[in-house]
Design a protein around this ligand. Structure first.
Ligand code: 2BA
Ligand code: 2BA
Length: 109
């Protein structure tokens, strides 16, 4: 058995929770904060049989993997308009940080 710890953006968390449950991956969801940006993110703990680890990682990647998103331009509120981009741009969003740990013992009391 392995413990998969996945840190994902809040934006992806509801979708990931739904898909985990739908695919019978038992999980626990924690509200967490990134140390660098000090912004909220979501951490999933998922204890899973060894043979389903790859399937789980694939599911996380498909749900939270980096993807391109078109962002509409935002009109600058005064100040420096030099960097203003007047057209939609593609930016990279999403992503997941995942750790896979061995479980020494698993009990349910
Ligand atoms: P929940 O996910 O809200 O699950 C509550 C209870 O619902 C579970 O109790 C179990 O009796 C039932 N249940 C959950 N998923 C099920 C499923 N796919 N099919 C049938 N019944 C299901 P517990 O097993 O005592 O778990 C209590 C809490 O411990 C869970 O709350 C979850 O937060 C955590 N947990 C359990 N197994 C986990 C695992 N493998 N990985 C991560 N967290 C786990
Ligand atoms: P990511 O590397 O995708 O990390 C997203 C979040 O995942 C992190 O949020 C943190 O909560 C968690 N995380 C990443 N690596 C971890 C690790 N080794 N152990 C435990 N948790 C980990 P934040 O800390 O707020 O970071 C947000 C983003 O800022 C990072 O995205 C990365 O692109 C950037 N970043 C973080 N630390 C950096 C640094 N020291 N220098 C430059 N950029 C950094």
């Amino acid at each position: 058995m392995k413990m998969v710890i996945a840190i994902v953006q809040d934006h992806d968390s509801q979708r990931l929770a739904d898909r985990l449950t739908k695919n019978d991956f038992r999980n626990t969801k924690l509200a967490t904060t990134g140390g660098f940006l000090r912004a909220g993110n979501t951490t999933f703990l998922c204890g899973v049989e060894d043979q389903r680890v790859d399937e789980l990682l694939q599911l996380i990647d498909n749900t939270c993997g980096n993807r391109e998103q078109t962002v509409a331009p935002v009109t600058p509120m005064g100040g420096n308009a030099d960097s203003y981009i007047p057209y939609p741009v593609e930016v990279e969003v999403g992503g997941a940080t995942v750790f896979v740990l061995p479980i020494e013992q698993f009990e349910r009391f």
